[in-house]
Design a binder for this molecule. Structure first.
Ligand SMILES: Nc1nc2c(ncn2[C@@H]2O[C@H](COP(=O)(O)OP(=O)(O)OP(=O)(O)O)[C@@H](O)[C@H]2O)c(=O)[nH]1
Ligand SMILES: [Mg+2]
Length: 297
């Protein structure tokens, strides 16, 4: 019997902030790996979602939304994750919100320089009329040569299995890059921190979520309980007061919701301890950013 060649590749999801990249990766994985919120710049890292079968392995990467003018060193590090993802991709999934109004000239330029197949994924079509979809497709066709154009709704799971079939069609022949039972490149600590950051993004307003970072200081997996010690870092005392809330009400709410998410994700009871610490201007501190997983150079 002839052996079926093994296929594997990096399928990297890029686009502007808030386009729905993380929601799409979660839909493709059938698992909530990446946090999603209605605020822009939720994702700060490259997060891999690995989907393996007997004769294939798709390594999806969710990436931060592309910012035209990075204002902080943190932003520059986030954009570095995007740059690397554009370089090592076998297939690029370019996600754009069908209603996105912002100028995408910078992205178009970058897409034109790519030599790998690019899919245009027009997301949030659950909110659009069919004629709006057709119109957008025509607009985009004039700008870039796409291998495939797929209207999707990451949130409602519309056309997600079709997208998977199309990815399989373009996946190159290659051996697996990761052990077949691995689902991601990130640690349990990373996901715990992200779950807490998601609640911070959901409940806090204006600049506060952007000034927050979460680090997991301790993670003890005991037989019946997972004991997690998290530190929320903010830039100013006033922000610390906001995160804590009146008589500690805000941190309690955030913590309770994050703990419930963690219990679902880890399938275990979680005891979550939280501290809030002020680190002035952490978004521009190179050494600290490196320590916290925002790459080098
Ligand atoms: N109606 C609708 N909303 C969607 C869809 N996909 C994503 N959203 C919403 O759009 C918002 C942003 O989604 P994310 O997945 O966090 O977007 P992102 O591109 O990862 O954003 P950044 O990480 O900030 O770059 C969230 O409120 C999602 O619920 C969709 O198909 N339909
Ligand atoms: Mg995201």
């Amino acid at each position: 019997m002839e052996k079926i060649p093994h296929k594997a590749g990096f399928v990297n999801i890029i686009g502007k902030p808030n386009a729905g990249k993380s929601t799409l990766m979660n839909a493709l994985m059938g698992e909530k790996l990446a946090i999603t919120t209605s605020k822009a710049q939720t994702t700060r890292h490259r997060i891999m979602g690995i989907w393996s079968g007997e004769d294939f392995q798709i390594v999806y990467s969710d990436t931060p939304g592309i910012l035209e003018n990075p204002s902080y060193e943190l932003h520059r590090r986030m954009m570095e994750f995007v740059n690397v993802s554009l370089e090592d991709a076998d297939i690029v999934l370019f996600v754009t919100d069908i209603f996105e109004k912002q100028d995408q000239a910078d992205i178009i330029k970058r897409l034109k320089n790519l030599e790998v197949p690019i899919f245009l994924l027009l997301n949030k079509v659950d909110l659009a009329k069919p004629e709006q979809i057709a119109e957008k497709i025509e607009e985009w066709k004039k700008e870039v040569e796409f291998a495939e154009i797929v209207p999707v709704s990451a949130l409602k799971n519309h056309n997600v299995s079709l997208l998977f079939d199309l990815v399989m069609k373009y996946l190159p022949e290659h051996e697996a890059y990761f052990p077949k039972d691995e689902m991601t490149d990130k640690s349990e600590r990373f996901f715990a921190a992200e779950m807490l950051r998601e609640k911070i993004f959901q409940y806090l307003k204006q600049e506060v979520p952007y000034s927050c970072e979460v680090q997991i200081e301790s993670f003890k997996d005991e037989p019946n309980i997972l004991r997690i010690g998290a530190v929320i870092l903010v830039e100013r005392d006033t922000q610390r007061a906001i995160v804590l809330g009146e008589k500690g009400s805000m941190i309690k709410k955030i913590g309770t919701e994050a703990r419930l998410e963690m219990e679902k994700f880890f399938g275990k009871k979680v005891f979550l301890q939280q501290f809030v610490k002020v680190v002035p201007d952490w978004r521009n501190q190179k050494r600290r950013l490196e320590e916290w997983g925002y790459g080098g150079s």
